[in-house]
Design a protein around this ligand. Structure first.
Ligand SMILES: C=CC1=C(C)c2cc3[nH]c(cc4nc(cc5[nH]c(cc1n2)c(C)c5CCC(=O)O)C(CCC(=O)O)=C4C)c(C)c3C=C
Ligand SMILES: [Fe+2]
Ligand SMILES: [Fe+2]
Length: 358
């Protein structure tokens, strides 16, 4: 008869696995290359997500396959080509670098864990990175997102992708989600340091425009907290910078389709400021932790053109947080706060408990 300490075949029972933590650093994702077919694949996955477009399925598939996926890929691919880096899409390059820096900084602070970057659309997918983390022995996963402001269109969609993965698995890691950090003092400080450093080198503008990605206004009416969180980020940042209300604007960009999105829209605001004779405008995008198509092309190229063409004199684009030390400090702090209770450093007496010989 097998003893209580064997698994029934004479072998000792499986040793309780040591808990290992992984952080999943998630962003939106980019096409794999700046070509129309690659952009079509990317947009098809992105725009089939019901969190992103809430139009009834049958009607939306008609519009999507009949018009959008025929016309938009070539136009978007040309825009992607204008910002593409030798190593790939800026969004992907920065997101990967942020994950590596976060791993390094947490490692230097004594944490034993891994950090993987994942993309909601295209690659590397959330499912593939969760598989890889589990294959490495991760029993705990902290999901962090490159969306400081919560929106169902982005944050909830990442959570959907993680929970879709859990439905395919028998043995699940413990999971935690960071849903938002729009008012985290470390995030605000990282933004402020970026602006202050830029102004120290380049002088100050007449107007600072803080441009956030838009969403349909209807989503706000249905309870999405996104707009309020953007406004709170802007309030905290301008207070930290000591700006009076007449020195800045908060705007929303990247409108898609004909429905009413959050206003004021960025590009008309830039035209209005140019036409009103504003000599210099600086634009920053506090909701985007990494530079991407929406900041480098839509703001730094198209926005510049709109402002100058309307009569403005000087346009400056202040880069996103990207790999700034203040941002990696902020990410490290946000991660550490959410890791509480999941020891990633040996606790007094605990290290030996996991090494008791059997
Ligand atoms: C269709 C509706 C869209 C909603 C709603 C939306 C919300 C949303 N998006 C971001 C962040 C990013 N969006 C990016 C690109 C992008 N966004 C949409 C549409 C919606 N976004 C499209 C169709 C595209 C693709 C490009 C194009 O064809 O215009 C990006 C950049 C991706 C890159 O590869 O660089 C980011 C980042 C947020 C934060 C948000 C809601 C809060
Ligand atoms: Fe479809
Ligand atoms: Fe978007």
């Amino acid at each position: 008869m097998p003893s209580k300490t064997t698994s029934g075949n004479g072998e000792p029972p499986p040793r309780p696995a040591e808990d290992r933590t992984a952080i999943l650093w998630c962003n939106l994702g980019s096409p794999d290359e700046p070509t129309a077919p690659a952009v079509r694949r990317y947009l098809s996955q992105f725009l089939h997500d019901h969190r992103v477009v809430e139009i009834p399925r049958a009607l939306w598939c008609l519009i999507l396959h009949g018009i959008i996926l025929r016309v938009r890929p070539a136009k978007s691919a040309a825009k992607y080509r204008s910002i593409w880096l030798p190593a790939g899409s800026p969004l992907k390059v920065w997101t990967e670098k942020q994950a590596k820096l976060l791993a390094g900084w947490l490692g230097e602070r004594g944490h034993r864990l891994s950090v993987r970057h994942a993309m909601r659309y295209a690659s590397p997918s959330i499912a593939s990175q969760l598989d890889a983390a589990q294959a490495e022995g991760a029993t705990r996963v902290l999901v962090m997102q490159a969306y400081p402001q919560y929106s169902a269109t982005t944050t909830a969609s990442v959570i959907d992708a993680v929970t879709a993965w859990t439905r395919t698995k028998r043995s699940l890691p413990e999971l935690r989600f960071v849903n938002q950090y729009h008012d985290d003092p470390r995030y605000i400080d990282a933004l402020a340091q970026g602006v202050e450093a830029y102004w120290k080198q380049n002088g100050r503008p007449d107007q600072l425009v803080m441009s956030f990605h838009g969403i349909p206004e209807r989503n706000i009416r249905l309870g999405d907290p996104y707009q309020g969180q953007c406004l709170e980020t802007a309030r905290l940042l301008t207070a930290r910078l000591g700006l009076s209300p007449s020195a800045y604007r908060v705007t929303f960009q990247s409108r898609f389709g004909r429905a009413k999105w959050l206003e004021p829209y960025t590009e008309p605001t830039l035209r209005e400021l140019g036409a009103a004779g504003t000599a210099r405008v600086d634009v920053m995008c506090p909701g985007f932790p990494a530079d991407c198509l929406e900041t480098l092309e839509e703001i730094a190229m198209e926005g510049r053109e709109a402002f100058l063409h309307a009569g403005g004199k000087e346009f400056h684009y202040i880069p996103c947080l990207n790999d700034s030390p203040a941002w990696i400090t902020a990410l490290t702090g946000i991660a550490e706060r959410h890791l509480a209770g999941w020891p990633t450093k040996p606790l007094p007496g605990e290290a030996s408990a996991q090494n008791v010989p059997r």
